[in-house]
Ligand binder design. Structure first.
Ligand SMILES: Cc1cc2nc3c(=O)[nH]c(=O)nc-3n(C[C@H](O)[C@H](O)[C@H](O)COP(=O)(O)O)c2cc1C
Length: 403
């Protein structure tokens, strides 16, 4: 895997050398990109020697006319070839440029040109960190899905004390590994995931279903496995290839899904219910095919088992329960009601009426809701990235509960 390490102009620039070493130890190929100001703090030579690659510092040929990039469109080539871009340290200036889409040097152009996940580890003087502009820029970046590795509190190089010291390079490296699916922060967890739609038969050939593709649940299963969890995946009918899982069970109806989920729930430490389970099913299922000549049938519907409510009722000690809610109106109100009614630890709400969200697309736009009233609205991102953001919260809930 290839990643780009961006270094900007702060006192902590020298600590990026330690981060580079940690990334390389995990077998990652690292291309270092420095801002011109970063070169005032540490020479590119250090990173070139450590990484074994030419360091990129300029967009165009420098003063001597000699460009240090391999080709005129290096920013595009690099943007497409990397799996993650991590910027450490990230100056207040770089954060501001990123938040506003400014691309006036190689590093900030790369930020716009790449579709790879972005991680920033800010470091600065405490007043710069506390400044409303910096905090607003960070909020904008977080909403767009950029991972922020918050700085530590402590004595700063400027002589002041407070927040602003670059996070421990180990922590920054950990964040990169998590993003790449190389971390083991779900090791020891048994994650039960449901995915896809259900089908509720009406007769021998017809059924009621919905447009769920299973992509979101499969992404949760895949991301959980990559993060070290043992995964039990219960899937409704989908056209997608299911990801590798320790246990995979295919079901058709809501009641079959309920039966399978309740059978596996006893050993699950985390339950993520991403399936779009039918709330109603036809009250009678006709044997054979209903013929046209029999006249227009009247279909009466009856409720199916409420799987989330059942899981919540049988919750084992320390079990974390995450629900999904697909809404077409009053997203937050409806989802909050569901979060409390089902006693969930986290609810992932998506407005399926938005472009690029919900059923049968590779991306999603979700809001994460917590029982304490907090919510995090994420911008459009791939379902795999949404899965990792959800799992980040599961890890956080586990850490806080201490169970
Ligand atoms: C000695 C010194 C230390 C600095 N340390 C930081 C810092 O830790 N964080 C920061 O955001 N800016 C710091 N700055 C200010 C940045 O270097 C300045 O905002 C610069 O424009 C950043 O450029 P860049 O973001 O393109 O690298 C420092 C400046 C000096 C002179």
């Amino acid at each position: 895997m290839r990643i780009a390490l961006g270094v900007s102009g702060g006192i902590a620039a020298y600590k990026a050398a330690e981060l580079l070493r940690l990334l390389q130890e995990k077998g990652l190929e690292v291309q270092v990109v420095m801002t011109r100001n970063a070169c005032e703090f540490i020479t590119p030579l250090t990173f070139a020697a450590l990484s074994g690659h030419k360091v990129i510092t300029e967009m165009f040929g420098g003063a001597a006319g000699a460009s240090n990039v391999e080709s005129a469109i290096e920013h595009i080539a690099l943007a497409q070839s990397i799996d993650t871009l991590v910027i450490a340290p990230a100056t207040a200036n770089v954060l501001a440029k990123m938040a506003n889409g400014i691309a006036d040097d190689f590093l900030t152009t790369l930020c716009l040109a790449t579709k790879a996940p972005l991680i920033v580890a800010p470091a600065m003087n405490v007043n710069m960190w506390d400044h409303a502009a910096t905090q607003q820029n960070l909020e904008t970046l977080r909403r767009r899905g950029v991972r922020v590795v918050n700085p530590d509190d402590g004595y700063l190089a400027c002589g002041m004390t407070g927040a602003g010291r670059l996070a421990d390079p180990q922590l920054i490296a950990q964040s990169v590994f998590e993003t790449l699916g190389l971390s083991e922060d779900l090791k020891g967890e048994v994650v039960l995931v449901t995915a896809g739609p259900t089908e509720e038969p009406l007769d021998a050939v017809r059924y009621l279903s919905n447009r769920s593709s299973g992509k979101m649940g499969y992404a949760i299963a895949e991301a959980s496995r990559r993060r070290g969890a043992q995964v039990v995946l219960v899937s409704g009918p989908t056209r997608e290839d299911p990801p590798a899982a320790h246990t995979f069970e295919r079901v058709r109806t809501a009641n079959e899904m309920a039966e399978a989920v309740l059978r596996h729930a006893g050993k699950a430490t985390v339950v993520v219910m991403a399936a779009a389970v039918a709330d109603f099913r036809p009250g009678t299922v006709h044997e054979g095919k209903i013929k046209k000549q029999q006249g227009t049938p009247v279909v009466t519907l009856e409720p199916t088992t409420d799987i989330l409510a059942e899981i919540s009722r049988h919750r084992r000690d320390g079990q974390i329960i995450v629900g999904f809610s697909a809404e077409t109106a009053q997203l937050i109100e409806n989802a909050t009601a569901k979060l409390h009614a089902k006693n969930l630890d986290l609810l992932v709400a998506n407005d399926v009426s938005q472009n690029g969200a919900g059923f049968d697309v590779g991306t999603n736009i979700v809001t994460l809701l917590f029982p304490d009233g907090r919510n995090i609205a994420l911008e459009k991102m791939s379902k795999f990235e949404v899965a990792n953001r959800v799992l980040d919260q599961v890890v956080e809930i586990r850490r806080k509960s201490g169970v």
